[in-house]
Design a protein around this ligand. Structure first.
Ligand code: SF4
Length: 375
């Protein structure tokens, strides 16, 4: 089987006890059916611990209140893995942060930036994100139901095109224009395919034409402060973050302390000032934001093969890039620099909140569409 691995895939090794932002804290851990059967059969002390740890009848999970996995030891290592080995763990614990997609004749292996170490690897390879292809004996379970191979191929080409389009943006203005065009592309392709029923080939070709035309007047990067403020006012920020994702809580507090006392007009001027100052000091940062957007496309765009939600996948990347940029600016303003390890933590918590909390991502996306009067 043809296997494509993201260029830095093999470099990932879990930091375990040395991880500054363990994935065993801050979210619910859903269990797969095989793990549930295995855990229910377990006898003795571990059996009792598992029974106490599993919450919910139909589809039990660990850590239902998103605080921490009960098997996470004080030294940051997994107690269950140490006692029973990696194979015993639930699928999600064994596979995370790897993303394995097998839509048909090939498999794609990528890494999830919600893991802080993956975010560090991304930053080290921001300029070199590509797939390494090889024929492999490994077999991967088919993901999804669509069997339209022609559409799959078209979608792959479309993703390559969008990735090179966004990464070509040399400065902030060009990145803004590129994201505006991508948003228009997503809206048009989705509408034409889903509402008007035209063929995938036609819709994608029409969309590609939009990339050559004038950008719409919807600002995409940076988003206006009024819109960023609205996004912050969704469930993205909650008091419970203090316990669930303390680093994101700290970032949100930094935002409110900085902008709360300002009117929208003053806030917009302040955002523009911070952005211009930062980009003047670190012009290459724009390239990192573009590379982050590219990584969103690489990881999620092919989901359109199953869900046809072009706009969703394009806008979530716009939201993610903007939230990361906002916190990057605030951090830099406060501490005089954003080291890569801090930026990796910023990326990781934003990814957790936007991409791994479906309700939050959906709410933010709807708001973006509404505030921009549709796309
Ligand atoms: S977040 Fe990543 S590096 Fe940290 S414990 Fe989880 S998998 Fe390991």
């Amino acid at each position: 089987m043809l296997v494509r691995r993201i260029s830095y895939y093999d470099e990932f090794i879990c930091l375990q006890g040395a991880c500054p932002q363990s994935c065993c804290k801050g979210w619910r851990i859903p269990l797969d059916d095989r793990a549930i059967r295995r855990f229910r059969k377990e006898k003795g002390l571990l059996g009792l611990e598992l029974k106490l740890a599993m919450h919910g009848k139909a589809q039990p999970s660990f850590s239902p209140y998103c605080i921490r996995c009960p098997f996470l030891r004080l030294d940051g290592r997994c107690d269950m893995q140490l006692r029973k080995g990696e194979r015993y763990l639930a699928d999600i614990c064994r596979v995370y942060p790897r993303i394995i997609a097998c839509p048909g004749p090939y498999a794609e292996l990528q890494l999830d930036l919600s893991c802080v170490h993956v975010a560090e690897l991304f930053l080290a390879h921001a300029d070199a994100q590509y797939f390494v292809e090889e024929e492999s004996d490994a077999e991967y379970e088919r993901t999804g139901d669509n069997e339209d191979m022609e559409y799959l191929e078209m979608l792959g080409k479309s993703r390559d095109e969008l990735c090179s389009f966004v990464i070509a943006a040399a400065d902030a203005e060009a990145l803004d224009a590129a994201l505006r065009k991508l948003a228009a592309f997503g809206g048009r392709v989705q509408d034409r395919m889903m509402r008007e029923g035209i063929s995938e080939a036609e819709a994608l070709a029409e969309g590609a034409e939009l990339l050559k035309s004038e950008a719409t007047d919807l600002p995409c990067f940076p988003l206006p402060i009024a819109l960023l403020n609205d996004l912050m006012s969704t469930d993205f920020y909650q008091d419970a973050l203090r316990y669930v994702l303390p680093f994101l809580y700290k970032l949100c507090k930094m935002y409110y302390r900085h902008f709360d006392k300002l009117s929208y007009e003053q806030g917009e001027k302040e955002l523009q000032r911070m952005f211009a100052k930062y980009i003047a000091e670190k012009p290459q940062r724009v390239h990192m934001y573009a590379a982050y957007y590219k990584s969103c496309l690489l990881r999620t765009y092919m989901e359109c093969y199953e869900d046809y939600s072009f706009l969703k996948h394009i806008l979530l990347g716009v939201i993610g890039s903007n939230m990361i940029m906002l916190f990057d600016l605030l951090w830099h303003e406060k501490y005089g620099k954003t080291a890569d390890e801090d930026l990796a933590k910023i990326i990781s918590v934003c990814e957790r909140r936007i991409y791994h909390n479906e309700a939050v991502g959906k709410e933010m996306m709807k708001l973006l569409i509404k505030r921009s009067d549709g796309i």
